[in-house]
Design a protein around this ligand. Structure first.
Ligand code: NOJ
Length: 568
C-alpha cells in the first residue's frame, strides 16, 4: 500500500473562548445565518441529581444556577432540564400534575426566572422537557376526567369499556408493566397508560387537549424558555379501533409476551402535532428536540417533516443501541445519516440509558474510551447533546439490592431490569462527602469512583476526561470546519480505525479514532481530497506518548483520538 509521509506540526491548542450566540431574549443567528441552536452544545441536567443548594438531598434550580459558570467554562450553550414541574414523582417528574408551575422541591417560579436570566446573561439557553403523551393521575384534568363519564375532561384521556368482565379492551402492554389499561371502579371503564398507571395518556384526538398543550408551550416561551425536548413523541396516538398488537414468539425481561407495537406507537398522526408544536415554537424562535427512538435513518428523517416543518432536532438515539465498538458500524451509520441530508443530532447517553462510560469501558482503557467517544460525537456534523457527568467520566451506579431501588421499573423487573437509578447518580463535584453534591444524604448514593472522577480534581489534571472535554468543546466552538464542514470518510475498509475529514471553505480537519484495544498504524492518503503534500497541525490528541515529528503512518494508541488541521 502506498503510504504518505506525514509531517506533524505540533501547534498550541486553541483558547477556551467560545463562539456563542449574543444577546438575551432575541435568539440570534450567527454571521452565516445559522439559527442559535444549530451549533449549540446542549447539556442535559437531571435536576434531582445535579446540585443541591438547600441540602435536602435533592438537587434544585438554585443548585443549577450555582453551576452556570462551570457550564459556561465547559463550553455549554444550552441546558435541557428534565421535568421540574409539580409532580408526585412516581416517574421522577415525568408524571406532571401542573405544567405551568415549578415543583417546590426544585424551587419557585422566581428561582426559575432567575435561572433563565442568569443563563441568558452567560448565553446559556434553557430548554424544558415537555411531557406530551401523558399527565400524572393527580393532574386536575385527570382528576376531573375520572370523576364521571360525563365530566368536562372525560374525553381528554382514553377511556374504554373492557372486552368482557375483567378483561381489558385489548392486548396492549405498558412499556413499564403489564396491561396498558387500568380499570377505574368508579365508572367501571378502563383508561389507557403507555407508561405507569399513574401516567394516563392524553387523548390528542381531542382539539381541547391540543389547544391546552400548545398554550403550555407559549406560557414557557414567554418566560424565556428557548425550546423543549419533547418526551415520548412516538406514543401520542393509538389506533382508534384498538386493534390487538401482533404477538411475537418469546418473552421480554419482565416476562411478558413479546409484541410488535404496531397499533399503539408511531402512528402518522404524530406528525400533525409536531407541525403544530413547531409553528408555536417558530413564533418565538425556539427549538424542538425530539425523544425520537427510531430503528433506521429513514424513520428518523420523517421527524424533520416533509417540509422541514416538524422538529429541528430529532435525536438520533441509534448509537446508544450499538453493541461494542466497531469502526465499521459507526462508519455505516454516520454515512447513512449524512446521506439523508438533514442536520443530525447525535446522542450517546441520557437518563434512561446506562452511562456511555460504563457501556464502553473495558476495564483497562476506560478514560481513553470516554475521550475517544467524546471526540466522535463532538466532531461529527450536527448538534451534540451531552448528559451531565459524562464530561468527567461518571459511571453507572446500579442499586445493589431490590430494596435500594427507587425507579419503579427496577422493582418490577429486578434483577434482570435494575431500573434507571444507576445513570441518575448525583453529580460528582469534588472529593468531599457526597461528592460535594449535598450536605444531606443524597436521594441516590454516589458511586465509590467519585474520588477519582470529580470536577475539582479533574480540573487540576491536564490528562483527565474533563480537561479533554474542555479542549474538545473549545475546538468545536472555534473551528468552522467542525461546526459547518461537510463529512468525508477515509480508509473505509479499516475495521479498527474510523477516519474522516470535516471540510469547510479553505479549512479541513482530520479526525482519526482508534476503536480497537491495540495499537494501529494508520496510513493516510489525502491526495483524493486535493492534498498532495499535506501538513498536519495537531489540534488535540488523547495520546499518552508524544507523537514522533515525522512518521510514515499515524501511530494510534489503543482507543485514542487524534484531531489535526490539514493544510497544503
Ligand atoms: C421518556 C423519559 O426519558 C423517561 O425517563 C420517562 O420515564 C418516559 N419517557 C415517560 O415519560
Amino acid at each position: 500500500m502506498f503510504k504518505k509521509v506525514i509531517r506533524f506540526v505540533l501547534v498550541g491548542l486553541c483558547s477556551l473562548s467560545t463562539v456563542v450566540v449574543a444577546a438575551a431574549q432575541t435568539k440570534p443567528v450567527d454571521a452565516e445565518g445559522h439559527p442559535w441552536w444549530q451549533h449549540a452544545v446542549f447539556y442535559e441536567i437531571y435536576p434531582r441529581s445535579f446540585a443541591d443548594s438547600n441540602n435536602d438531598g435533592i438537587g434544585d434550580l438554585n443548585g443549577i444556577v450555582s453551576k452556570l459558570d462551570y457550564l459556561k467554562d465547559l463550553g455549554v450553550d444550552a441546558i435541557w432540564i428534565t421535568p421540574c414541574f409539580p409532580s408526585p414523582q412516581v416517574d421522577f417528574g415525568y408524571d406532571v400534575s401542573d405544567y405551568e408551575a415549578i415543583d417546590p422541591m426544585y424551587g419557585t417560579t422566581k428561582d426559575f426566572d432567575r435561572m433563565v436570566s442568569e443563563g441568558q446573561r452567560r448565553n446559556i439557553w434553557v430548554i424544558l422537557d415537555f411531557v406530551v403523551n401523558h399527565t400524572s393521575d393527580q393532574h386536575k384534568w385527570f382528576v376531573d376526567s375520572k370523576s364521571s363519564k360525563t365530566s368536562e375532561h372525560r374525553d381528554w384521556y382514553i377511556w374504554r369499556d373492557g372486552k368482557a368482565p375483567g378483561e381489558p379492551p385489548n392486548n396492549w402492554l405498558s412499556t413499564f408493566g403489564l396491561s396498558a389499561w387500568k380499570l377505574d371502579p368508579k365508572t367501571n371503564q378502563y383508561y389507557y397508560h403507555y407508561f405507569y398507571p399513574e401516567q394516563p395518556d392524553l387523548n390528542w384526538r381531542n382539539p381541547a387537549v391540543e389547544k391546552a398543550m400548545l398554550d403550555v408551550t407559549r406560557f414557557w416561551y414567554k418566560r424565556g424558555v428557548a425550546g423543549f425536548r419533547l418526551d415520548a413523541v412516538d406514543t401520542l396516538f393509538e389506533d382508534p379501533k384498538l386493534t390487538d398488537n401482533p404477538v411475537l414468539p418469546g418473552t421480554d425481561k419482565f416476562g411478558r409476551p413479546n409484541m410488535e407495537e404496531k397499533y399503539d406507537k408511531k402512528l402518522p398522526e404524530v406528525h400533525d402535532v409536531m407541525r403544530k408544536l413547531r409553528s408555536a415554537a417558530d413564533e418565538f424562535g425556539s427549538v424542538l428536540i425530539g425523544e425520537t427512538w427510531t430503528s433506521n435513518v429513514s424513520e428518523l428523517k420523517d421527524y424533520y417533516g416533509e417540509h422541514n416543518d416538524e422538529l429541528q432536532l430529532p435525536m438520533d438515539l441509534m448509537m446508544t443501541e450499538f453493541k461494542g465498538l466497531s469502526a465499521d458500524q459507526y462508519r455505516k451509520h454516520i454515512a447513512a445519516v449524512n446521506a439523508a441530508g438533514h442536520w443530525p443530532v447525535y446522542v450517546i447517553t441520557n437518563h434512561d440509558i446506562v452511562r456511555s462510560y460504563t457501556r464502553y469501558a473495558d476495564g483497562t482503557h476506560n478514560d481513553d474510551i470516554a475521550k475517544m467517544m467524546a471526540t466522535l460525537y463532538l466532531t461529527l456534523r450536527g448538534t451534540a447533546i451531552m448528559y451531565y457527568g459524562e464530561e468527567i467520566g461518571m459511571e453507572n451506579n446500579d442499586p445493589k439490592s431490590k430494596d435500594d431501588v427507587q425507579d419503579p421499573i427496577g422493582k418490577l423487573g429486578w434483577p434482570l431490569e435494575k431500573g434507571r437509578d444507576g445513570e441518575r447518580a448525583p453529580m460528582q463535584w469534588n472529593e468531599s462527602q457526597n461528592a460535594g453534591f449535598s450536605k444531606a444524604k443524597p436521594w441516590l448514593p454516589v458511586p465509590a469512583s467519585y474520588k477519582a472522577h470529580n470536577v475539582a480534581s479533574e480540573m487540576k489534571d491536564s490528562n483527565s476526561v474533563l480537561s479533554f472535554y474542555r479542549q474538545l468543546l473549545a475546538l468545536r466552538h472555534k473551528e468552522p470546519a467542525l461546526l459547518e464542514g461537510d463529512f468525508q470518510l477515509l480508509n473505509e475498509n479499516d475495521p479498527n480505525v474510523l477516519t474522516y475529514v470535516r471540510r469547510y471553505k479553505d479549512e479541513a480537519i482530520l479526525v482519526v479514532l482508534n476503536m480497537s484495544a491495540s495499537n494501529q498504524n494508520v496510513g493516510l492518503d489525502l491526495s483524493p481530497l486535493g492534498f498532495a503534500q499535506p501538513r498536519l497541525s495537531v489540534l488535540l490528541t488523547s495520546f499518552h506518548k508524544p507523537l514522533p515529528a515525522m512518521a510514515a503512518e499515524l501511530p494510534m494508541e489503543p482507543y485514542s483520538a487524534f484531531i489535526a488541521k490539514i493544510t497544503k
